[in-house]
Write a protein that binds this ligand. Sequence first.
Ligand code: Q9C
Ligand code: ZN
Length: 341
Amino acid sequence: MLTYYSDDHRLQDGKAELIDGRLEPCHEAPVRADIVLRHVRAAGLGEIVAPGDHGLAPIARIHAANYLGFLQTAWPKWVAEHGDYDALPLNWAVRGMRSVEPDSIDGKLSYFSFDAGTPLTAGTWQAVYASAQVALGGAAAVGGGERMAFALCRPPGHHAAGDYFGGYCFLNNAAIAAQAFRDGGAERVAVLDVDYHHGNGTQTIFDDRSDVFFASIHADPRQEYPFFLGHADETGSGAGEGATANYPLPWGTAWGGYEQALEQAVGRIGTFGAEALVISLGVDSFKDDPISRFRLEHEDFLHIGAAIAGIGLPTLIVMEGGYAVDALGVNVVNVLKGYLD
Ligand code: Q9C
Ligand code: ZN
């Protein structure tokens, strides 16, 4: 198998996120990708490949032009207004308020985001552009005949929708890859999101589409971030009715409960008739994850990989979350090994 990777992930190195009422060091840090890369190498899983530059066009198939413009120009505006330190939004529109794009940088940050855990830094645009290219490189390899490829994306993507960032995500790498498969000729594509958190961005992007099936297994939004999407009765809208499947699970879920949801999701993907599969791979379902509350063990990730391989489709595995830094390499490599065995 091939692993797609870019050193440019290092350019997103935020100082702090607002979490549990405090500013704390960012959980989503460069060390995450370093550790995964080291374990992929040590396991001898195959070549590490640079993605090449597939340009902005495949990103613009998913993200709004005004949002992409904002991401590319926000940093100098923030520095001019406040100074040379990370930008964070502070308030958001709720029920009864308007969705008019403000002129000031603070207003724009709020308008194009949904939480205060995702600092926008000097290097954010370059890092997220590279992360999307990593996904596109992997998609091109799978489209070209590879059975499976691993896109070691960082920053992650699945919380980012067409025009907002949050949850450590700016560009939705998995959605960009899924659309690249469609534009490369696949009539139907499936996205299976096994990150601990609901993939609100990906679901929103494909909600009304019948050509991209989205399934997500995640902590129940009644208990867990992102709180406002991912309930079991969300099944898609319009032409996309029936092409979304959500499996919310309670805090404390271990392999027994997880496996049942995974079997159901895999079954739904089988009947959908996809020609390519994108996996949003978060390993924050691990028992020792510092911000999550599932209880998967190291070996359970082998089973997840095997279940994904059982779907039998050309597959791109895209890195999303996972914050138990010491365990991250083992858990990701276990998914890949479980797939390959
Ligand atoms: N009390 C990804 O895994 N904050 N994003 C959680 C917990 C945001 C996670 C607060 C978590 C975002 C890609
Ligand atoms: Zn997550």
